[in-house]
Write a protein that binds this ligand. Structure first.
Ligand SMILES: [Zn+2]
Length: 185
């Protein structure tokens, strides 16, 4: 048996920032892009709760930006995005959720694995599992196989096109265009 850290489903901790659910979506999205653009995990009171694919979060920021302005979309907390995503009555993110075929947000398993564990024979669908070292430090994550096999990871991230200079910003960055310094929208 291979160790959990040698699994093709293992992703090192440095590639997935863990951020409080109270973090603004704009800052969190920037942190996820800085870490390689895969995704991030939200936590409450130091308990990791949800994985959000970066491309899904970018799409959600884009949607809220269209509705309420990009500045508001950027400063709204991750937890508010999650609540709206899970609200079945709210149609705002329905199209996005369907495009991700349910893979855009995964719950974090309550139990974690140790770096010395063998790779589990079966991984839960729709979940990610923390992998911790002997001192309890986070070493990485085991991604559910259906997430890695899904096209969600290849969904293109939105561009935040500046209405003044038409520059394609990778992130909303407090609604400031990195090219001209004006409001993006
Ligand atoms: Zn601009």
């Amino acid at each position: 048996m291979a160790l959990v850290t040698a699994s093709p489903h293992f992703v090192a901790a440095g590639r997935i920032p863990v951020l409080s659910a109270s973090t603004s979506a704009g800052a969190a999205y920037g942190a996820a892009l800085d870490a390689g653009g895969m995704g991030l995990v939200t936590e409450d009171l130091n308990i990791p709760q949800y994985y959000i694919a970066a491309s899904l979060l970018g799409g959600m920021i884009h949607q809220i930006g269209l509705k309420r302005g990009l500045r508001t979309a950027g400063i709204t907390a991750l937890g508010t995005y999650l609540a709206q995503y899970f609200d079945n009555i709210d149609p705002t993110f329905r199209e996005l959720a369907e495009a991700f075929q349910g893979h855009g947000i995964l719950s974090v398993a309550r139990r974690w694995s140790w770096t010395t564990d063998d790779e589990p024979k079966e991984l839960r669908r729709g979940q990610i599992t923390a992998v911790r070292g002997s001192a309890g430090q986070l070493a990485g994550w085991l991604m559910s196989p259906d997430y890695l096999a899904s096209t969600a990871t290849q969904t293109p991230r939105p561009k935040f096109t500046c209405k003044h200079c038409q520059f394609n910003n990778n992130e909303p960055d407090s609604n400031v265009c990195v090219n001209c310094g004006d409001d993006i929208w």
